[in-house]
Design a protein around this ligand. Structure first.
Ligand SMILES: [Mg+2]
Length: 278
């Protein structure tokens, strides 16, 4: 079978959108070390790396600084996009956060948390989330360092929750959220309560800006491991599906131009990127 090659398809206009936790970052220790050669290759080839994560803008900005990445990102599962100042000349709206401008799509965090509290008061359901926890508890639930946990608490658009009730009530919880125009998304570690937004829609928002900037079609590669990556994986020209720590792959409704990585986390990420871009 002929191998599709995203790079050869369009050398200057390839963009990689990637999930972080469980994909570019190890599920347990959050290291990206095993992906380093592929990250270097993207940098050498001038291919933008766009993180797309359930993480907050503050967390992704810190990550971008850590790996010296100066490209836009998708935060809180598509609740918003962050763009470095001056990156797209016409992208000036939105709030400022460090050297970035943030555009948000969803309802504000306080509204989401208020809605969750009133559901819990009314039904006595057992669940807890970031709004219930201090920094120490966030550290305990996520394994993040203190600095990282503080950044994770700077939420704008989504609330990660741990469900501690049974699966029948989880269905009812999901239904009640829908009535409030909220959506429950499953990530690697938490359930996320958010507006009806997803990574795929946010990816499209950024692609519109990129298309305007480049003036020609763009080839996209998306990498992910969880249901919250599905919209992005379906939309991309090339999809890399990273297995979870038990080796299981997310099922998606496409079978062309998909690479099922053989290893979880950053090792699988490197394999997938090299598969399509070498
Ligand atoms: Mg993930």
């Amino acid at each position: 079978m002929m191998q599709f090659n995203a790079k050869r398809a369009s050398p200057q206009c390839t963009i990689v959108f990637t999930d972080l936790d469980g994909s570019l970052l190890d599920h347990t220790d959050y290291s990206h070390a095993a992906a380093a050669p592929a990250l270097e290759r993207l940098r050498e080839q001038g291919i933008p790396l766009v993180p797309a994560s359930s993480k907050t803008a503050a967390e992704i900005i810190a990550f971008n600084e850590q790996i010296d990445n100066n490209h836009p990102f998708i935060f809180e599962n598509g609740g918003g996009i962050g763009v470095p100042r001056g990156y797209f000349p016409y992208f000036t709206a939105g709030r400022r956060e460090g050297d970035y401008r943030l555009h948000t799509n969803g309802r504000p965090y306080t509204e989401i948390v208020n809605c969750l509290r009133s559901l819990r008061d009314r039904h006595g359901w057992r669940f807890s989330g970031f709004a219930d926890w201090g920094t120490d508890q966030v550290m305990a639930h996520t394994g993040l360092t203190r600095v990282a946990a503080k950044a994770a608490r700077q939420r704008l658009l989504s609330e990660p929750v741990l469900w501690q009730d049974d699966s029948a009530t989880l269905l009812e919880f999901t239904r009640q959220l829908q009535e409030q125009n909220l959506h429950l998304e499953r990530g690697g570690r938490f359930l996320s309560v958010q507006s009806i937004v997803d990574k795929g829609k946010a990816m499209n928002q950024l692609l519109q800006h990129y298309t305007e900037q480049y003036g020609r079609p763009i080839v996209t590669v998306a990498c992910g491991d969880s249901p919250n990556d599905r919209s992005m994986l379906l939309q991309a020209d090339f999809a890399v599906i990273i297995p979870d720590h038990l080796g299981r792959h997310l099922q998606i409704a496409r079978n062309d131009r998909v690479h099922y990585a053989s290893a979880p986390g950053p090792a699988g990420w490197r394999e997938g990127i090299e598969h399509f871009l070498s």
